[in-house]
Write a protein that binds this ligand. Structure first.
Ligand SMILES: C[S@@+](CC[C@H](N)C(=O)[O-])C[C@H]1O[C@@H](n2cnc3c(N)ncnc32)[C@H](O)[C@@H]1O
Length: 295
């Protein structure tokens, strides 16, 4: 006879210890989420089965997921999912995991549009550096009449963004275009015709990437992180390039890294192409979204 199967409480205790030893701060929560995923139940369901034996056929599947997380693969890559706005999005290697801060970018654009009598709801919106498509999807769902365009240089990201759009019932609503920032719009005759341009571009200073946690520096795509020597490379390009495509009074909405809002606002002011509108803080009080209107 082999060893008896452990009960769920023991499995959770042992697995949590392994993740703690791997340096993961959220070891217990991650363990419960992974085990719940394998068993097809939520965390409350796990507690209800606390003293049950772990079914033999699930032990192998759980070990596979736990081993990945132990190697500091992001929880979202291991589960393949991340919640954003009203969606449960697919993510995976090659695709930046949407962060909760980015919901402030969506909110800021919606607030700006609402203050303009909702006319924007039927406007033209471009989301640059779309990654999983999270911002484009949120705006398309909130403004059902809008035409939404989304660009990214990474084909892996665009494939996932397209799959997310389809799964969210928004497949026909967003034109996903592969290319460098606004370059895909060049043959489309969109100069001076966009109402809103959003972007959450790579903004980590190159020299700071090595100090990020392993989940980010070892697993997330470097081209989604690296914002050049001072982190501002993409803002320097987007500010003038977006101005070509925005109509007068149109909105440029940029997510920025901690401590970058002042420098990005200064770039916008120095361009003479926009009137700085406002800066929106995240839940930690960090200025996170810079808004400016095309003059
Ligand atoms: C920080 S991620 C943001 C992804 C998504 N918008 C979000 O908020 O989760 C930046 C994205 O920019 C893309 N990217 C990097 N350089 C680019 C470029 N020159 N043109 C278009 N996209 C680019 C990366 O592939 C990545 O998907």
């Amino acid at each position: 006879m082999g060893n008896p199967q452990p009960i769920i409480a023991e499995v959770i205790g042992q697995a949590t210890g392994r993740l703690q030893r791997a340096g993961i701060g959220s070891a217990r929560l991650d363990t419960e989420l992974l085990l719940g995923r394998v068993l097809g139940i939520n965390r409350t369901g796990l507690y209800a089965r606390w003293s049950d034996t772990l079914p033999h056929e699930t032990a192998g599947a759980f070990e596979a997921l736990l081993g990945r997380r132990e190697r500091r693969e992001p929880l979202q890559y291991v589960t393949g999912r991340q919640a954003f706005w009203t969606f449960d999005l697919r993510v995976g290697p090659g695709v930046f995991v949407p962060r909760p801060e980015t919901e402030h970018l969506v909110e800021a654009v919606l607030t700006w549009g609402a203050a303009r009598g909702g006319k924007l709801a039927a406007g033209r919106i471009a989301d640059l550096c779309t990654g999983s498509g999270c911002v484009a999807l949120a705006l398309a769902s909130e403004w059902p009449q809008a035409s939404v365009y989304a660009t990214d240089q990474a084909p892996e990201a665009l494939a996932v963004a397209r799959a997310n759009a389809k799964a969210c019932g928004l497949g026909g609503r967003i034109a996903f275009l592969e290319g460098d920032l606004l370059a895909p719009f060049q043959p489309m005759g969109l100069e001076g015709r966009l109402d809103v341009v959003t972007a959450n571009p790579p903004y980590i200073p190159s020299g700071a990437i090595a100090a990020l946690q392993p989940e980010v520096r070892q697993w997330e795509p470097i081209q989604a992180l690296d914002g050049g020597s001072d982190g501002l490379h993409f803002y320097r390009r987007i500010v003038p390039e977006a101005a070509r495509y925005l109509r007068r009074g149109g909105l440029l909405a940029l997510e920025v890294g901690a401590g970058q809002a002042e420098a990005v606002t200064a770039l916008i002011q120095a361009s003479g192409l926009y009137s700085p509108h406002t800066c929106v803080p995240d839940l930690a009080g960090i200025p996170r979204v810079v808004l400016a209107e095309r003059v």
